[in-house]
Ligand binder design. Structure first.
Ligand code: ATP
Ligand code: MG
Length: 313
């Protein structure tokens, strides 16, 4: 297994301004010291509730958000500086897919121009070559040729997300940061888009940073998962660690929030949920410090780490 990218003690803080002089009075610690590694060809899941810092982490990795402190190591180089990213075609290797395709795809542009745009930044193709390349990309995500000259609003949400995937893979990237790529879609369409993403991953040996607020969605996509709360990781582990052996109360809460289709066990599920809520109320102090901040992670095994008081599970 080889490492593609390493995130070391990443911090992204936003200034809060207030008062008559609009001075900076405080900071939001949107990302507050996180560490993780994404391996080649693997999917790393980043899960947490709204405002926990998932998108900020993703944007910092892609270079869309300024890093306050910490390092992002790619091919042995710290790419937190834009000049380093430029020097090594980082922006070609690392792409992003956004949740809301209606606003992330330019509504005034035709599909051919939307998908070709990232290619144009890196290579000069003739019109014919470009058309051929974009057709090929549309084909990979199961879209017909005649999509080329249409506009984003002429497609369904699922189709637009697939166009977003085609655009993201246009530069043959190594890593795609997928920020809630299916959250806006119906369940049946979600499965379809996720299947495309999986197939493309195998074909191109892609890595994903897969961001979601829902542990149900990431289950079948991710090899490793980090659970994020208020800019910190409360628990990281393999898929098995997180789903079969969760240790942090926040992880347990997220797991108990996954909707169950199985009607027979509904009562049991309700009871389990009540238990988790009870533990959450009772044991706050074991999980968060006096300021409500998440403790540092301690190692339980080679794959599994959890943030508990005094480091004990
Ligand atoms: N440009 C900004 N200026 C100031 N604060 C910001 C900015 N962007 C995000 N924040 C704050 O940083 C925190 C993390 O935001 P972020 O968008 O990363 O959360 P998220 O986990 O992606 O949430 P969601 O699930 O809603 O997308 C939030 O408290 C948010 O209000
Ligand atoms: Mg977000």
């Amino acid at each position: 297994m080889s490492e593609l990218i390493q995130i070391k003690d990443l911090n992204v803080h936003y200034p809060i301004r207030s008062g008559f002089f609009n001075r900076i009075t405080d900071h939001v610690r949107a990302v507050d010291g996180v560490n993780f590694v994404i391996e080649e060809g693997k999917t790393y899941g980043l899960v947490g509730e709204s405002g926990s810092g998932k998108s900020t982490t993703g944007k910092a990795i892609v270079g869309l958000e300024k890093v306050t402190s910490g390092q992002i190591i790619y091919k042995g180089q710290d790419i937190t500086k834009a000049s380093v990213r430029k020097g090594m075609n980082y922006n070609q290797d690392v792409q992003m897919i956004f949740q809301d395709s209606m606003s992330s795809l330019n509504p005034k542009k035709r599909i051919i121009d939307i998908i070709a745009e990232p290619i144009r930044n890196f290579e000069r193709l003739s019109d014919q070559e470009e058309k051929k390349k974009v057709r090929g990309l549309l084909d990979i995500v199961g879209m017909p040729d005649d999509a080329l000259y249409k506009y984003p609003h002429e497609f369904s949400g699922g189709q637009r997300q697939r166009i977003g995937v085609a655009r993201a893979i246009a530069t043959s990237p190594k890593l795609i940061v997928a920020d809630e790529p299916v959250s806006a879609l119906d369940l049946s369409v979600q499965a379809q888009v996720l299947n495309f993403m999986k197939r493309i991953q195998e074909e191109y040996k892609l890595s994903y940073l897969f961001i979601s607020h829902d542990l149900g969605v990431v289950k079948h996509m991710c090899d490793n998962i980090a659970i994020m709360y208020h800019g910190r990781f409360v628990e990281i582990g393999s898929r098995e660690d997180i789903y079969n052996n969760p240790q942090h109360i926040y992880t347990k809460r997220l797991l108990s929030a996954i909707p169950r289709i199985d009607v027979r066990n509904r009562d049991m599920h309700m009871e389990a949920r009540r238990q988790v809520e009870l533990e959450y109320q009772k044991a706050q102090n074991d999980y968060y410090d006096a300021n409500g901040r998440v403790f540092d992670l301690t190692k339980l095994s080679d794959t599994h780490q959890v943030a508990l008081k005094g480091g004990k599970a």
